[in-house]
Design a protein around this ligand. Structure first.
Ligand SMILES: O=C(CO)COP(=O)(O)O
Length: 249
């Protein structure tokens, strides 16, 4: 049995007081058997880790640098995140691939950095609209997934979360149908099986992301291979976040 996992990706939203107020509102809403993670801006992480203590809510970052330390102005390392008490880190989000020059190679280095520091990666893969229209969805997912996991061991891979986020469905209100998302996610699971075998493939959790809302989360979760959601816009309001977690049961 794979434990469902809802992760909010706050992107570049919320100040420290806003983040603290959010946790106050959701702290009693844990749902038995559903893992809940908030991936927040670096500046809010210490306050969130503290506010989330004892609530069962886990905290994640949205990026890390692949080196452990060095002359990399403006960057944050895995060790620094671990120091804060962060559990998860998003790696390879399409916005970072698109705007910040994230490549399959840097994604892989960041996967290794995360594991080195005891952080669990939520690694994002997914095709653009152009790639989808050209029938390349599976090819793109194959290249991105296999590159991300290069030299990652089976013991590590089984703990990773993969998020399938078709770029055209992010923040657009255009979500992939649940059947469509399930088909691609089943394919990603086959890729994991090809790399690590049946046992890892059956245990690894794969989320769908892209315009997930309280109204459609249960439909995605009802699919055979979808184990959770990575949610942007709808994770920003406490009431909506609570409904997402409840809908993942
Ligand atoms: O990018 C996303 C989560 O990482 C999805 O964003 P939206 O839920 O706002 O479409």
């Amino acid at each position: 049995m794979r434990t469902p996992i809802i992760a909010g990706n706050w992107k570049m939203f919320k100040t420290i007081p806003e983040a603290e107020a959010f946790v106050q509102e959701i702290k009693n809403s844990a749902v038995e058997g559903v893992e809940s993670v908030i991936c927040a801006p670096f500046t809010t992480l210490p306050a969130l880790v503290k506010a989330a203590e004892g609530t069962g809510i886990k905290i994640g970052a949205q990026n890390l640098h692949f080196e452990d330390q060095g002359a990399f102005t403006g960057e944050i390392s895995g060790g620094m995140l671990k120091d804060l008490g962060v559990d998860y880190v998003i790696i390879g989000h399409s916005e970072r691939r698109q705007y910040f020059n994230e490549t399959d190679e840097s994604v892989n280095k960041k996967m290794h950095a995360a594991f080195r520091h005891g952080l669990l990666p939520i690694v994002c893969v997914g095709e653009s609209l152009e790639e989808r229209e050209a029938g390349k969805t599976k090819d793109v997912c194959k290249v991105q997934t296999e590159a991300a996991f290069a030299d990652v061991t089976a013991e590590q891979a089984v703990q990773a979360i993969i998020a399938y986020e078709p770029v055209w469905a992010i923040g657009t209100g255009k979500s992939s149908t649940s059947q469509d998302a399930n088909e691609v996610i089943s394919y990603i699971r086959e890729l994991v099986q090809g790399m690590y075998g049946e046992s890892v493939a059956s245990q690894v959790r794969i989320q769908y992301g892209g315009s997930v809302k309280p109204e459609n989360v249960a439909e995605y979760m009802g699919q055979s291979d979808i184990d959770g959601a990575l949610v942007g816009g709808a994770s920003l309001q406490p009431a909506s976040y609570i409904q997402l977690v409840e809908g993942a049961k």
